[in-house]
Design a protein around this ligand. Structure first.
Ligand code: NAD
Length: 446
């Protein structure tokens, strides 16, 4: 007999989470999607976008919610809820990550899907935007339960994903192993007739199962290539810079290690869900990554001082890299920042009120859809390699990534100068231009 859901899985019929997301300010928006739409509207105003296109791009094309049973190790069965939002596909297949978190809800996934449309357009990729989410806490599940829930979710999505239709990738709470389970499930159910040529149904896989070298580091590396472009533009010597990172998972830990190892900058503070640590003399980024792998977070790291989480944002540093969650920089903590640059490794880490404060205080921002585009760029490389039956070398992947990031960064700066607008507005405009041009050329069917 089925038993009710475990406390790790939310069950509200309207898609709102049972547990509240981490503390955020009461800002001008009810939810993340409203903020994503407001950012889009601003770009639409500045470019005088046609009303018809404004209407089309204000809503996702498809919103899928699936509820499915999962057997737990105890023998009980719980119901899980998953989302897949397909925002737009004018430029190509839907593309976007899959987030496993107890806080995932519909509006958040809609916002993340819309940002994927703009991110892919900005990076000049032949992809549209999508995002998925599953309301579970992966840390509370055993590996076998995680595999079962992933496979069952993939089965529930069925032909709503596909290598030439909608291609998931890792995001918060998911990783290369998650993608391999998805690929295997898809190949054994939906794509059984074309098994051997369907590996590109997901990207971000392990290299052994068809992933690309360099995909694991790609998002953090892309963030740092952007930081390097900013440093060149502003005549900043990164080897003399101090930086702080919020989130020491995939994006944050690779960004920190690359900024330290390849550009000589010094990590002086880090924060994640387990605590905040600081050492003005420097924290060795690789050593911290080893500690996080062994202990699940930065908390308890012996070669730095533990500090109050609120103190983290006051860190005396040149570069701040939020690489955890949305809405972390608020009107409360934004005035406390002492850095010169915020490089948004995470999606939507800055509220619009905080954004205005950073601008007023002369702090530069590399916005999320530019700063974290490296992940989807190398996902595109993986998809291309799978389709062509090729495997590329790491130096080739890094070189191509660097070039695409530099191109996108330059396009944003040119747009900013042209419109006399903020970098965030320029980033949205540069992306919107691509999408609008495609609609102009193709028209509306029929
Ligand atoms: P991850 O699961 O590997 O790491 C998430 C990190 O956030 C962890 O260090 C965790 O401790 C920290 N965190 C969670 N709750 C926190 C809290 N309340 N306060 C402080 N820290 C907290 O996830 P990831 O893949 O590194 O993703 C991080 C961000 O980057 C997300 O916004 C994601 O959407 C974005 N992003 C990821 C990719 C990718 O390729 N993985 C690509 C583009 C954007």
């Amino acid at each position: 007999m089925d038993t009710p859901m475990s406390s790790t899985i939310a069950d509200h019929a309207d898609g709102t989470p049972m547990e509240k997301a981490p503390p955020i300010e009461v800002n001008e928006f009810e939810n993340l999607y409203e903020m994503a739409v407001a950012q889009f509207e601003r770009a639409a105003d500045l470019t005088e976008l046609k009303p018809s296109l404004r209407a089309i791009l204000s809503e996702p094309k498809n919103e899928l919610i699936v509820n499915f049973p999962v057997r737990m190790d105890t023998g009980e069965t719980i119901m899980a809820r998953g989302y897949r939002i397909q925002h737009n596909n004018i430029l190509g297949c839907y593309k976007g990550g899959l987030r496993f978190s107890p806080h995932v809800h519909l509006d958040e996934v809609k916002a993340l899907a819309a940002w994927m449309t703009w991110k892919c357009a900005l990076a000049d990729l032949p992809f549209g935007g999508a995002k998925g989410g599953l309301q579970i806490d992966p840390a509370q599940l055993s590996p076998v339960e995680l595999e079962r829930v992933t496979r069952r979710f993939t089965h529930a999505l069925g032909s709503n994903i596909g290598p030439d239709y909608d291609i998931p990738a890792p995001d918060m709470g998911t990783n290369a192993q998650t993608m391999v389970w998805m690929m295997d499930t898809y190949m054994n159910t939906i794509a059984y007739a074309s098994k051997n040529v369907s590996r590109h149904v997901v990207t971000g896989k392990t290299v052994a199962s068809g992933g690309s070298v360099g995909r694991d580091e790609a998002t953090g590396r892309g963030t740092i290539y952007n930081v390097a472009s900013w440093a060149t533009e502003n005549d900043v010597d990164l080897s003399g810079c101090k930086f702080a990172v919020q989130g020491y998972g995939n994006v944050g830990s690779f960004a920190a290690r690359i900024l330290q190892d390849e550009y000589g900058a010094t990590l002086v503070a880090a924060q994640d869900h387990t605590g905040s640590i600081t050492n003005p003399q420097g924290i060795e980024a690789n050593d911290l990554a080893d500690h996080v792998s062994a202990n699940g977070g930065v908390g308890g790291y012996g070669k730095a001082e533990a500090e109050d989480p609120d103190e983290f944002w006051k860190t005396d540093c040149d570069i701040m890299i939020p690489a955890a969650l949305e809405w972390q920089l608020t009107s409360t903590n934004a005035p406390q920042l002492k850095c010169r640059l915020v490089a948004e490794g995470a999606n939507g880490p800055t509220t619009m009120a905080a954004d205005r404060i950073l601008q007023e205080n002369g702090i530069d921002i590399i916005p999320d859809i530019l700063a974290n585009a490296g992940g989807v760029i190398v996902s595109f490389f993986e998809w291309t390699q799978n389709r062509r039956g090729e495997t590329w070398y790491l130096d080739e992947v890094r070189h191509k990534l660097k070039r695409r990031i530099a191109d996108a960064y330059d396009r944003v700066q040119r747009t900013r100068r042209h419109y006399g607008c903020t970098t965030r507005e320029a980033t949205s405009i540069a992306a919107l231009d691509r999408v609008a041009q495609a609609y102009d050329e193709r028209g509306i069917f029929p």
